[in-house]
Design a protein around this ligand. Structure first.
Ligand SMILES: *[C@@H]1O[C@H](CO)[C@@H](O)[C@H](O)[C@H]1NC(C)=O
Ligand SMILES: *[C@@H]1O[C@H](CO)[C@@H](O)[C@H](O)[C@H]1NC(C)=O
Ligand SMILES: *[C@@H]1O[C@H](CO)[C@@H](O)[C@H](O)[C@H]1NC(C)=O
Ligand SMILES: *[C@@H]1O[C@H](CO)[C@@H](O)[C@H](O)[C@H]1NC(C)=O
Ligand SMILES: *[C@@H]1O[C@H](CO)[C@@H](O)[C@H](O)[C@H]1NC(C)=O
Ligand SMILES: *[C@@H]1O[C@H](CO)[C@@H](O)[C@H](O)[C@H]1NC(C)=O
Ligand SMILES: *[C@@H]1O[C@H](CO)[C@@H](O)[C@H](O)[C@H]1NC(C)=O
Ligand SMILES: *[C@@H]1O[C@H](CO)[C@@H](O)[C@H](O)[C@H]1NC(C)=O
Ligand SMILES: *[C@@H]1O[C@H](CO)[C@@H](O)[C@H](O)[C@H]1NC(C)=O
Length: 597
């Protein structure tokens, strides 16, 4: 399942050569190669047969299991009937937003094409996950876990666990994702989820009236007395999920690449797009199996039983099935308790992470803020007759030409760098307006949630410090409450309804980076923006060059080079594709001619 990093083969050597030529590889760090065939497959997680997105026939997809500083090469072959892009939630892609896999940085991989991502997991450790970033595809899978192990020379602030278990929880709809997408396009909501999955599987039948017969559920096999690292990711659409294991404490140790102060929890609210590592010791007797539960938070109590995922923790010497009621979670709708729990998650300032120096040696609390953005989101509203979501009154529209390519080739008019740092007193509009970040600046972003549902926000390319959250309207005085010492650095934070969350981020990574709502429906309707970070100095040390195999689209379609796009996909070869290939061939000859003269 996990390809060896040491058997590159011919194609791989070619890659290596290409990378060395382009200055992308940093001496001696190993390469790891993955080939991913992305295709629809049938599954019936909730007893209803439907199409899900599998990777190499797996749903969820394979785990990307790598070590700090490895170079990762993933050849993605798109067998879907529409374009596809995968994004790597939480990977920082230092100097390399070319590999981020969102529409602002990459042309989507057309149906029937392959594209090879190549990036280094520089100076990172921890638990993340990947997912499809366009077309609402994430609603039906295409996601999987990412593990970045520490290098052997770097100590970890806990003993080596006896096992490493990835758990992906997600709310789930039995409707096809194209129907969900259409509902949003037509100004309708997507309604309440039909259930919650554990690693792509439906609930254990803990109660005959809540769960139909015949559902395949997830089982995690363990041995008594051992301690496992559970990496839990919420890869769902829009539901915050409360995760808990019957009779077992969960010792929180890591979130999204930061080691936390180690504390026991009996349950944890995991918001859309968030990842946590817990150490769980199998310290119960094996009189029975135990439930693992992921139940919807902040939903109507009448639907909660339905929107609950249940999996089984099975001691190998277990005497019988799990039984009795599910372990109870927190009071429904109690966002105060949820916020308090979030505030209790803190950075272990004395632990080293990817490097041996302590996390806390980066004293974020002492750094002067250079730019402040207060980003207000509102419930979806009609703009030009279409239902859209906004940040500061602007609903993002993705141009046909990726922002990053437009910047590289100086194509004017694709985007503007005029995103307002406060909500303006003007009607909401759709636009392609970016935040003009200051390279090496220190940015404070306050998310003010004016919607009635909890949202989570994510920034690509960075980890940010979560320094404060509270109910009410943020004011300058709110800064007095900031945690300037051990706020945890992560990539996705929640913002409760009628509340704010403040983050600080050091803009040291050149590129164009996506700042988005992780809730898929909110994101789909326009709640995102990009932060452009440009080094004003004329150097190519702070950003890697455009990759040789870049796909071109939009206003740059004419640069498409057939050589780098020999796709091996045969099923859908059609007359138009044939013509396209011929025209690419002619274009290459023509470009070659230009170069020779
Ligand atoms: C990840 O790979 C390492 C070797 O690099 C291996 O020891 C470990 O068991 C793997 N973890 C998982 C979860 O596959
Ligand atoms: C597609 O995959 C082939 C190998 O199967 C590779 O040689 C080629 O570079 C890939 N194309 C792109 C654009 O990544
Ligand atoms: C923080 O990390 C240090 C260094 O690894 C470790 O010794 C300590 O137990 C950790 N503290 C807590 C509270 O988790
Ligand atoms: C099963 O769930 C129903 C509806 O929530 C509830 O009324 C009933 O008491 C539950 N049965 C058991 C055995 O827990
Ligand atoms: C967490 O709970 C376990 C029992 O489940 C206990 O052994 C351990 O000491 C607790 N750790 C902390 C830091 O509270
Ligand atoms: C095992 O644990 C359960 C629940 O904590 C308890 O009811 C039962 O008596 C225990 N059985 C043994 C054999 O210790
Ligand atoms: C963006 O910010 C840089 C400074 O970081 C400034 O030089 C430039 O003029 C700004 N661009 C626009 C369009 O405001
Ligand atoms: C949203 O903003 C309006 C106008 O400022 C305010 O009346 C309302 O209470 C806010 N709602 C939330 C949930 O913050
Ligand atoms: C960028 O790198 C190339 C070689 O890779 C070099 O020839 C060129 O001078 C560099 N440009 C700058 C501005 O440093």
């Amino acid at each position: 399942m996990h390809p060896s990093p040491s058997s590159p083969g011919l194609i791989s050597s070619l890659f290596l050569a290409a990378v060395l030529l382009s200055g992308g590889a940093l001496g001696g760090d190993p390469f790891v190669y993955y080939d991913w065939k992305v295709s629809l497959m049938s599954a019936s997680p909730l007893g209803v047969k439907q199409q899900v997105i599998g990777i190499n026939g797996q749903f969820p997809g394979p785990i990307l299991n790598v070590t700090t500083n490895w170079n990762v090469v993933v050849n993605v072959v798109n067998h879907l009937d529409e374009p596809f892009l995968v994004t790597w939630n939480g990977l920082q892609h230092r100097k390399n937003s070319w590999q981020d896999g969102v529409l602002g940085t990459n042309c989507p991989i057309p149906s029937g094409w392959n594209w090879t991502y190549q990036f280094q997991v520089k100076d990172q450790i921890g638990s993340f996950f990947y997912f499809p970033s366009t077309h609402f595809q994430k609603a039906v899978g295409g996601y999987g876990g990412i593990i970045i192990n520490n290098r052997d020379v770097i100590p970890v602030p806990f003993g080596t666990p006896d096992g490493d278990i990835t758990i992906i929880i997600s709310d789930w709809y039995t409707k096809d994702y194209k129907e969900l997408r259409e509902a949003l396009d037509n100004g309708k909501g997507i309604g309440v989820p039909n259930g919650v999955l554990f690693n792509g599987l439906g609930p254990y039948r803990y109660n005959d009236s809540n769960v139909p017969d015949g559902i395949t559920y997830a089982t995690t096999n363990v041995e008594p007395g051992k301690t496992y690292r559970f990496r839990v990711h919420n890869a769902g659409i829009s539901t915050c999920l409360n995760f808990r294991i019957q009779n077992h404490n969960m010792l929180l140790v890591e979130t999204e690449g930061s080691y936390t102060v180690q504390q026991n929890y009996t349950n944890m609210d995991i918001h859309v797009g968030q990842s946590y590592s817990f150490l769980v010791t199998m310290d119960q007797n094996a009189s029975s199996d135990y439930y693992m539960v992921a139940s919807a938070r902040f939903v109507d109590p009448t639907v909660r039983d339905k929107v609950t995922g249940v999996a089984i923790l099975h001691y190998y010497n277990s005497q019988g099935p799990a039984s009795g009621p599910l372990p109870v979670g927190p009071d429904e709708g109690d966002s105060y308790a949820s916020m308090n729990q979030a505030r209790s998650i803190r950075w272990n300032v004395s632990a080293g992470a990817a490097r041996p120096n302590p996390q806390g040696s980066f004293r974020y609390g002492d750094i002067t803020v250079t730019d402040v953005y207060v980003l207000v989101n509102r419930p979806a509203e009609l703009i030009n007759g279409k239902l859209r979501t906004t940040l500061n009154g602007i609903s993002y529209v993705a141009p046909e030409t990726p922002l990053k390519l437009a910047q590289q080739f100086n194509v004017a008019g694709v985007y503007k760098l005029d995103f307002p740092n406060r909500i303006m007193n003007r009607p909401a509009k759709v636009d392609t307006s970016l935040i003009n970040g200051t390279y090496r600046g220190f940015m404070e972003i306050v998310f003010q949630n004016n919607d009635t549902t909890v949202q989570s926000y994510h920034l690509d390319g960075y980890a940010f410090f979560v320094v404060g959250m509270d109910f009410g309207i943020w004011t300058e005085n709110s800064r007095g409450t900031y945690n300037k010492w051990d706020g945890v650095a992560r990539c996705t934070t929640q913002v409760y309804p009628g509340a704010w969350t403040a983050i600080l981020v050091s803009l040291d990574n050149v590129g164009i980076w996506n700042l988005r709502a992780q809730n898929l429906d909110t994101w789909y309707l326009g709640q995102e923006v990009y932060v452009s970070v440009v080094n004003p100095e004329d150097t190519n040390k702070t950003e890697l060059p455009l990759p040789d195999n870049a796909i071109f689209c939009g206003l740059l379609t004419s640069l498409q080079n057939e050589q780098s796009h020999k796709f091996r996909f045969s099923r859908a070869t059609s007359v138009t594709e044939g013509c396209r290939m011929i025209s690419f061939g002619l274009l290459t000859i023509w470009l070659g001619f230009l170069l020779l003269c």
